[in-house]
Write a protein that binds this ligand. Structure first.
Ligand SMILES: *Cc1c(COP(=O)(O)O)cnc(C)c1O
Length: 409
């Protein structure tokens, strides 16, 4: 990152004047934490006692046999507290907030997963917490709203614009501008104005550090390939960062292909020609936008990948060809999920299943002496509403209808 927050042509910090001082403070505190080995130690201690770090690296023996190619290893971020890698980021920012002496956190959330993680962190650290969520998302993700409120957060329904994530982000920025004195905005992924992309990637980099150590222990050397799904890009940056200097390791980011690259209903920013460079939400990256710079509607079966922008760090690595980008369609993702459940007894989140689908396409072409790592960013059993719906399971539908009847009596 250069001094203006750019990674090559991408990133920066396009922020309103009133936030300048706050960003200055945040950058300084972050720089102090990075230099202080005690901070990282405190972070690891917290994550090993409150979450499940180090998370295991699982050898997927049955999937390996099934494809007859490279050995498949799965990095188990699903075993984190709250069920995904998001815990790494929010707990890290929680420690930072404590150091800055702020008493209130806000966050935006689309699918509700980041809101859940932030509400959890706020409960643990005794912080006041407000979560912004589009009205459309509140309706779709009721179970997450329920838990956020039970964890003590205030959930504010945003009724502007398309009533989804981008409107929630705008509203969160408005709140921040008004309450900068006591409030920190917990950004959910490796996007947004600097220093968020780099800071979030740094907290997530624990994934790759552990994975490198674990693969050396089990396999004796570095893997040939590392796969991760790409929404905003935080779990991908988390596992990729450690391997960026290992020139023999190929890094593959898998984006949400939705109904297909030609359908217009997808969230492919880097592996299709649909996205163009732009500045929005405080940073410059490849956005899915129209000619007037208005954001397009995206689609994915996985709510966490359904986003118009992407980490500026990944745009830079894409441009420099240090990461290869692919996409997987909703249908391929359900197939990969199905196979992984039946072969390994592991239920990946729909987001993570994109990385599995990308890997399954290629792993058979590698030799049995080779190894690959798939980052399982989260667990799928908590997504039962979405997954059962994606499977179009008739008995599930009956269950929902009969419950609704029961409740409305
Ligand atoms: C939120 C989420 C993602 C997408 O976010 P990234 O910042 O791209 O990692 C991926 N997987 C799971 C399980 C998530 O909850």
């Amino acid at each position: 990152m250069d001094k203006n927050g750019f990674f090559g042509n991408w990133g920066g910090a396009y922020i309103p004047e009133v936030l300048y001082q706050t960003f200055q403070e945040l950058k300084e505190e972050y720089a102090r934490c990075r230099k202080d080995p005690a901070f990282w130690q405190e972070y690891l201690e917290l994550m090993s006692t409150y979450s499940c770090r180090p998370t295991p690296l699982t050898y997927a023996e049955n999937l390996t046999k099934h494809f007859g190619g490279a050995k498949i290893y799965i990095k188990r971020e699903d075993l984190n507290h709250t069920g995904a890698h998001k815990a790494n980021n929010v707990m890290g920012q929680g420690l930072l907030v404590k150091r800055m002496g702020k008493k209130r956190v806000i966050a935006e959330t689309g699918a509700g997963q980041h809101g859940m993680a932030t509400a959890t962190m706020a409960a643990k650290f005794g912080l006041e917490c407000t979560i912004y969520m589009g009205e459309e998302d509140v309706m779709r993700q009721r179970p997450n709203v329920f838990w956020m409120e039970k964890l003590g957060a205030t959930v504010i329904t945003v009724k502007d614009g398309s009533r989804t994530l981008k409107d929630a982000i705008n509203e969160a920025f408005r709140d921040w501008v008004t309450n900068v004195e006591n409030t920190h905005y917990v950004f959910g992924t490796a996007c947004g104005p600097a220093p968020f992309p780099e800071m979030v990637s740094w907290f997530q980099s624990v994934i790759g550090m552990e994975a490198a150590e674990q693969i050396l222990k089990y396999h004796g050397r570095m893997p040939e390939k590392v796969y991760a799904c790409v929404g905003g890009g935080s779990n991908a940056m988390g596992i990729f960062k450690r391997f960026l200097d290992e020139t023999d390791v190929e890094l593959i980011g898998v984006e949400a292909g939705g109904h297909g690259a030609d359908s217009g209903a997808h969230a492919i920013r880097l592996s299709s020609p649909d996205a163009t460079p732009g500045v929005a939400q405080g940073y410059k990256t490849m956005f899915l936008q129209n000619d007037d710079g208005q954001m397009n509607l995206t689609h994915s079966v996985a709510a966490g990948l359904d986003y118009v922008g992407v980490s500026p760090i990944l745009s830079d690595l894409w441009e420099k060809k240090q990461v290869r980008f692919e996409s997987a369609t909703d249908d391929e993702v359900i197939q990969a999920l199905d196979l992984t459940m039946k072969q390994e007894g592991i239920i990946p989140a729909l987001e993570s299943a994109h990385a599995f689908a990308g890997a399954f396409r290629e792993v058979g072409q590698l030799s049995p002496d080779n190894a690959i790592i798939i980052n399982q960013s989260g667990r799928g059993d908590k997504d039962i509403f979405t997954i059962a719906h994606a499977y179009a399971d008739p008995s599930w539908k009956e269950f929902i209808i009969s419950r609704a009847k029961e409740y409305s009596k």
